[in-house]
Design a protein around this ligand. Structure first.
Ligand code: DLL
Length: 432
């Protein structure tokens, strides 16, 4: 099933024409209404009417998170404040939060793109969606809510947390779709197992998981434990929240809704646009946003694009599942290490659980990486000698992938803190 057949299966030429027209409207709006952008365009000698083709976009300036912070809270508004009906912000854990302000039109589009995502996971008006993304300033809860309402599905707005209640609701209401972060879904699986809950009896058919990095091995683990098909959903507060891209039933990349969000991949060092298949930083231009539209926003997320047609029938470009973030990438003794590479290795090992943390320290001028991972109950009752062997084995496997020595520490079951939202995987203790 495709939610919006006309938009999602447009011919490539028609998509490009529509994008160019929308880019023109966006630039005039930014020029007229946002001093931040007008000044930058003037400084670079750009007039909105000079930009006619999508290929002109590469000459326009980027927008960064730091810049959004300098105009906090309302400096990026491209609509009258009276026309803003809702705001969301990022958590602000790494500094001043970034703000997304929505007009009624933006909320409508948010519902539409989220309806496309949920439909990809098989949602119809007959479904019951347990929405365990946080409601509030975080975009996850409300985003799924608006999409579910568009479809006419029954939404259970339980929000994140209170895991016992999540399980009780699951038992009583028999939801068919679960939405939350992948790490929280595993936490629910674990808590359910402790209560001897049989997830095959719940009748979940799909899960729509995102908001944090996760690997294909974690997908398999979640599918097996919760008896559902797991779909990857991508988005970010600055652009709209969830609903920028989602996996279709083929699970070969996430379709980016190109009629609203124009993706580019750039080399993060030079800013040069890279062709399909080359890995780099994802940059997004919002083509229809009214409240806080953004030009060439640098997401810091790393992926690549694929314009090949998808056998699901949708024509929108696909992005590979995220490989990491430019600011998440650990540089250990000069070697680039993505947490996702470590996760891939760990999750293939039967004796450990999918709960891990990476601790980086600097000793005698040298970076050291310790991978702490929980062993399962069987391993826990094993002899010390076997544990040490296992640690060595995992360390050797990591070396094969990363080319650096990581110390592996098997920790007792249930000692790494669980998350009800985004998991915190990295503890970097190196002096800045
Ligand atoms: O996490 C929006 C969202 C909510 C997406 C619910 C999906 C589901 P922020 O809190 O602004 O917004 O965080 C955005 O989270 O730049 C990525 O680094 C990361 N992220 C989001 N989705 C994925 C994903 C929401 N599917 C940041 N895989 C983004 C990996 C993801 N990382």
């Amino acid at each position: 099933m495709i939610w919006d057949n006309q938009s999602e299966t447009m011919k490539r030429d028609d998509i490009t024409t529509l994008q160019a027209e929308r880019l023109g409207n966006l630039l005039s709006r930014l020029y007229k209404r946002v001093p931040f952008y007008r000044e930058r365009m003037e400084k670079n000698g750009i007039r909105p009417e000079h930009v006619r083709h999508m290929s002109d976009l590469k000459d326009l300036p980027f927008t960064t998170k730091e810049e959004l912070r300098t105009v906090y809270p309302f400096g990026m508004l491209a609509s009258d404040k009276d026309d803003i009906v809702e705001i969301h912000t990022s958590s602000g854990t790494t500094g001043i939060p970034v703000v997304d302000a929505y007009t009624a039109g933006d909320i409508n589009i948010w519902g539409e793109v989220m309806a496309r995502c949920l439909t990809m996971a098989g949602a119809t008006r007959a479904d019951i969606i347990q929405n365990a993304y946080g409601y509030g300033l975080f975009t996850g809860g409300m985003g799924v809510h608006y999409g579910a309402r568009k479809i006419g599905a029954m939404v259970i707005p339980i929000s994140g947390g209170n895991t016992k209640r999540q399980l009780a609701i699951m038992r009583d209401f028999k939801p068919t779709i679960l939405t939350c972060t992948p790490s929280y879904s595993l936490y629910m699986a674990e808590a359910g197992r402790e209560e001897d809950m049989d997830f095959s009896k719940v009748g979940l058919k799909a899960g729509v998981f995102g908001a944090e990095p996760w690997s294909d091995s974690m997908r398999k683990d979640i599918q097996r434990k919760l008896h559902l098909k797991a779909f990857d959903i991508y988005g970010l507060t600055e652009i709209i929240g969830p609903g920028v891209a989602n996996e279709c039933s083929k699970h070969e990349g996430l379709h980016v809704f190109e009629d609203h969000f124009y993706p580019e991949i750039i080399d993060p060092k030079t800013g040069k646009v890279l062709p399909d298949g080359e890995k780099g930083e994802l940059v997004i231009t919002t083509l229809t946003k009214e409240g806080t539209p953004l030009l060439r926003y640098r997401t810091r997320d790393i992926t690549w694009l694929n314009h090949e047609p998808c056998s699901c029938g949708r024509t929108h470009v696909r992005m590979h599942r995220l490989l990491g973030r430019t600011d998440d990438m650990l540089i250990i003794r000069g070697v680039n290490v993505f947490p996702s590479q470590i996760e891939e290795v760990l999750l293939k090992i039967e004796e450990v659980e999918p709960h891990y943390q990476l601790v980086v320290e600097r000793r005698d001028q040298l970076d050291e990486l310790e991978v702490q991972v929980e062993m399962n109950e069987n391993m826990f009752s094993d002899e010390i000698k076997n544990l040490e062997n296992m640690e060595k084995q995992i360390s050797a496997q990591l070396y094969g992938i990363l080319n650096i020595h990581a110390r592996v520490k098997l920790v007792e079951p249930r000692t790494i803190s669980r998350s009800e939202g985004k998991a915190k995987r990295i503890i970097d203790k190196r002096p800045r």
